[in-house]
Design a protein around this ligand. Structure first.
Ligand SMILES: NC(=O)c1ccc[n+]([C@@H]2O[C@H](COP(=O)([O-])OP(=O)(O)OC[C@H]3O[C@@H](n4cnc5c(N)ncnc54)[C@H](OP(=O)(O)O)[C@@H]3O)[C@@H](O)[C@H]2O)c1
Length: 305
């Protein structure tokens, strides 16, 4: 399959890229500079140098592909606006290609934080109550889902939990902070985080993009329902010297980190029935139970960087 990927150098997107390459797909990837273009070329991927905010730099390349996976996100004040621009451009490209009689799919990356604090177990049909950090996201999800209501295009949303594995992300930061002797937990840590292993997540993208029935919302979590305190406890026990664990009141965390603090303080129990119905079965089922392995992966990635 010819697949266009944004965010191929990012945490989520690089895992997706690995899965696509393993699956022998013909990948074109949007990257921001020649050095990154060189890096993805070595993987047998066709690079397109451009920027999400400059649709002309990539729309034509996207238009030749059977599937488009949007896993990039610009972490800046204009992030939501750039994301909207990219969705418009990528959907436009997909619709033009589909109009020529090709079956085309578009997969958008959202996240479980759009669910807010869950009451009970939140499956893909649960109402969205986004935490303020991602208040803009449900509109983008709707745009993508609406574009898939006709017959021309298949559209899907993947909502990953907090990603673990490799050398990046929130769990890697915990490992790093524990090694440095101090881990901060917002509140008492009794809240649950919904998490997913990066390679398992990538497998779900592959299934959604390539399955002719893959459309609508998919939750990607390992369903371990782990409390933050248990994750932190396991990470702390694995460190060479047991780190201090400091509980920070939400108000103090908010003053320092803004709405990101509220996202980390969410209590989420998330289910992915629709993802499982595609045959998706995560291989890792918990962060706390895999800390030794995650530490190995973290060190290996850091050494390779
Ligand atoms: N990480 C998680 O735990 C997690 C969980 C749930 C949902 N998500 C969602 O997944 C998406 C990706 O997150 P991530 O953690 O993979 O982020 P990331 O590691 O920061 O990667 C972002 C990617 O987007 C690219 N990018 C940023 N701005 C761009 C621009 N203006 N034009 C072109 N490319 C641009 C980056 O390229 P460069 O390499 O050039 O910077 C990079 O490849 C986000 O929507 C995020 O909300 C992530």
């Amino acid at each position: 399959m010819r697949i266009f990927l944004t965010g191929a150098t990012g945490y989520v997107g690089s895992a997706v890229l690995d899965a696509l390459v393993r699956g022998a797909h013909e990948v074109t990837a949007l990257v921001r500079d020649p050095e990154k273009a060189e890096r993805v070329s070595l993987r047998g991927v066709q690079p397109v140098i451009g920027d999400l905010s400059a649709p002309k730099s990539y729309a034509q390349a996207a238009e030749t592909c059977d599937a488009i996976i949007h896993a990039a996100y610009e972490s800046s004040k204009r992030g939501p606006q750039v994301d909207r621009q990219a969705i418009d451009a990528l959907l436009g490209a997909a619709i033009r290609h589909a109009a020529k009689g090709h079956p085309v799919s578009f997969v958008y990356t959202s996240g479980v934080w759009v669910l807010g604090n869950t009451s009970g177990k939140a499956a893909e049909d649960a109402p969205v109550r986004p935490t303020p950090l991602v208040a803009w996201r449900p509109d983008h999800e709707r745009l993508v889902l609406d574009a898939g209501r006709g017959r021309t295009l298949r559209t899907a949303i993947v909502r990953p939990g907090i990603v673990y594995g490799g050398g990046r992300g929130i769990i890697s930061d915990l490992l790093k902070n524990a090694a440095n002797g101090l881990v901060r937990v917002i509140g008492d840590g009794r809240n649950h985080w919904a998490c997913v292993y990066d390679r398992d997540l990538a497998d779900l993208y592959l299934r959604v993009a390539t399955n002719p029935d893959g459309s609508g919302v998919y939750h990607a979590t390992d369903e371990a329902d782990e409390r933050v305190a248990d994750i932190v406890g396991a990470v702390a026990r694995q460190a060479k010297m047991e780190p201090d664990v400091r509980h920070v009141p939400i108000e103090e965390a908010r003053a320092k980190m803004g709405p990101y603090a509220d996202a980390l303080a969410l209590n989420q129990i998330v289910r992915g029935q629709r993802a499982r119905a595609l045959g998706w079965t995560p291989t890792l089922h918990s962060v706390a139970g895999n800390v030794a392995r995650l530490l190995e992966e973290f060190r290996a990635k850091r050494e390779a960087a």
